[in-house]
Design a protein around this ligand. Structure first.
Ligand code: F6P
Length: 360
């Protein structure tokens, strides 16, 4: 065990339900080991100035287990590490400033909670000597090395509820309802919410779709009397021979923003089937609200394990869920990769067996 007395904790990337549960677990388990936790605001930017962090005691995190968002704030603006930044002490190289302030704040370890972007930045800081333990978070569930990220279950639960609601109105009006869900270049949310919500077609980035085949399947439903249909479209899905739909291309430190494929699929299905169609984009609603009990437990286990790894001096690691255990992975082994839905996943085969089309 290392003699650690101060741990920093930060949240980076898009928020996900369960971030506060991790912060709470870190603060409480550290405090019970005699370690002070310093909460750093707005991802690594909070390490640029001394007034952008605060000591967190258990009292500060009481009651946040069930809250969405993050009490520390977060940033989703790409990798700043090699940029120049203006500080209260003049312009500095971002990486140099963060490392200098980490030591001035007398931190012994850092718990960085974030998605692939934050973990990639953390991995670079590890290589520059900062002692970091990563905690994977994303509603997209696309981080390699962990079966689940917290936030995913909550997003799926929300999307499933939305699909349930759309079912009744779709049936009443004999319409095709198209639901666009998040997930970036992975189809996990679409697949899980689609199956849980009983969708008739699920379009995911891993399987480029043929709109003609989707329409054919929906026309078949009409023939045997099911006059309505539900189509779930992942924001990163795209047609065979086509491309993903972007709201905004990547520029500078800002990542690309996916979106719009639901509307396109909706219009195409209207043309192909002659039926009335409507589309709904669930968007950021999937990231809001209270975490499910599953996500609270996973987030709590991740936070506890992160402190344990820091106490053992196991830096450059990421906590991960390998059911039934919480394990440590080397951060370098997971960054820069995307965990997509594997083609041999049994849920794909089961959904197909039940008559769900993926448009292929
Ligand atoms: O990675 C989480 C996520 O919600 C994606 O599913 C989505 O594409 C993206 O973030 C949206 O990012 P922003 O909040 O920057 O619009």
């Amino acid at each position: 065990m290392l003699a650690i007395s101060r741990i920093g904790v930060l949240t980076g990337g898009g928020d996900a339900p369960g971030l506060n549960a991790v912060i709470r677990a870190v603060v409480k388990s550290a405090a019970n080991s005699g370690i002070k936790t310093v909460g750093i605001e707005d991802s690594f930017d909070g390490l640029l100035e001394l007034d952008r962090s605060r000591v967190l005691i258990p009292r500060d995190v009481t009651g946040i287990l069930r809250l969405g968002g993050t009490i520390l704030g977060t940033l989703n603006t790409g990798n700043p590490i090699s940029s120049e930044v203006n500080t209260s002490e003049g312009p500095r190289r971002y990486a140099d400033r963060v490392i200098e302030m980490f030591h001035r704040m007398r931190l012994d370890a850092l718990v960085a909670i974030g998605g692939d972007g934050t973990l990639a930045i953390s991995n670079e800081f590890c290589a520059l000597g900062l002692p970091i333990v990563g905690v994977p978070k994303t509603i997209d569930n696309d981080i390699v090395g962990t079966t689940n990220c917290f936030g995913f279950d909550t997003a799926v639960a929300f999307a499933t509820d939305a699909i349930d609601r759309l079912h009744t109105t779709a049936e009443a009006h004999k319409r095709i309802m198209v639901v666009e869900v998040m997930g970036r270049h992975a189809g996990w949310i679409a697949l899980y919410a689609g199956v849980a919500g009983g969708a008739d077609a699920i379009l995911i980035p891993e399987i480029p779709f043929d709109i003609g085949l989707v329409a054919e399947r929906l026309r078949e439903r009409d023939k045997w009397g099911a006059k309505f249909s539900i189509v779930v479209v992942a924001e990163g899905a795209y047609p065979k021979g086509g491309t993903t739909s972007l709201i905004e291309a990547a520029h500078g430190r800002t990542a690309e923003r996916l979106g719009g494929m639901g509307v396109q699929v909706c219009a195409a299905l209207g043309r192909e089937t002659g039926k009335e169609t409507r589309s709904v984009v669930l968007g950021h609603l999937q990231r809001g609200g209270a975490p499910t009990s599953f996500d609270r437990i996973l987030a709590t286990r991740f936070g506890g394990k992160a402190v344990e790894l820091a106490k053992r001096g196991e830096f450059g690691t990421m906590v991960a869920f390998a059911p039934p255990d919480i394990v440590a992975r080397r951060m370098a082994d997971v960054v820069g990769k995307t965990k997509t839905v594997p083609m041999d996943f049994d849920l794909l085969a089961t959904a197909r067996a039940l008559g769900v089309t993926f448009g292929d």
